[in-house]
Design a protein around this ligand. Sequence first.
Ligand SMILES: [Zn+2]
Length: 402
Amino acid sequence: MVPFSLLLGCENLHREQSSIPKDIAENAVTSAPKKLVVLTFDDGNISDLTTAAPILKGHGFGATFYITSGWVGKPGRLNWEQVKELHDQGFDIGNHSASHPNMLHISEDDIREQIISFDEACAEHGIPKATSFAYPGGHHDRRMVKALVTEGYLTARRAVSPEYPLYDRGGPGPLYNPSEDDPFLIPGAYVRGNLSSSDQEFEEVLSGARDGSICVLIYHGVPDVHNHCSTSVELFTKDMQYLKDNDFTVISVQDLSNYIDVTKRPKDIYEPLLARLGVSPKALKCDASSKNPVFSWEIETTRPQGQSAYQILVASSEKNLNSDEGDLWDSGKVESNQSLEISYAGKSLTQVERLYWKVRCWNDPDEAEIKRVSNWSAKEILGEMGKIRVSKYSSAASFSFE
Ligand SMILES: [Zn+2]
């Protein structure tokens, strides 16, 4: 056991860091304000009108209700008069397809048919054409995005994958960053329900609504006709009160255009998502109890996967480290899943009083997890999940030998 005092001397160097690349941030027309939350409800349950809408109205919140046109009028679902009523109350009505298929497995013609038959049904019932689409089950590919653009849509909401594992019970996902994400691949930050009712996770994703990132919440019925995605009235009431009490601005997907430029698109729709598929090092520690320091870090990942390799740089000055120059030690790429107690193996440190270090990691994709989600992910994405990627270097850490 290492005495506590021997671990002293390690400190992380704090720096102002922004996740938005400078050139993008400067060109943005507007940037999302802090504490911006988008509320969405999928599948068109009767409770959208009878339970959710009155609570939302009471708080002055906006929301988008994504309706599956072929389910309208079925037991437990809204009928067309009720969908119209939601629209008349000022809520946004979005397209959630005609029959809720796994659209990864249908033809391009059928994808288009799923989109436009919803539009036709709305027109028939006096509901304006939707501007937003929600992928059934959250499953998306390039063909769907292309079809939505062709049909005059402005935005589409997916769920939490590929950055986070997709589970039927719901759970956390990535925040929406309009300076990076394509408006046709808006992620859900949390798929909420009785099976994903953690207050800690809920509050954590909401706390991410800052620095230009927006928190998009996905609910189904309150309650839902299906148990696995149902939210109790009690949990929903508590959630909305939390948003109110903590001064969140709560809007529909359509209202996003009041805050950000929804026409701004990345060079490639999948590039921002794929950049999040690797692992990254955090919580750097060094044991400076002897002149031969020992390094440790933790692996940060949102997917089930590990580390396959690392590279440590140790420098005599912050300047050298910032230019990726490990003048005392550059471990090179070391194939290893080890991230604890890695011994220094560089130049002699007898004259050195303080040193600076950082590390980067390569991921180790989880083949079993990739196989598990194969029915619900585009082939292209599955291929990308299996690739080994290198992280950026961690923030610099330093320690002294005093
Ligand atoms: Zn759905």
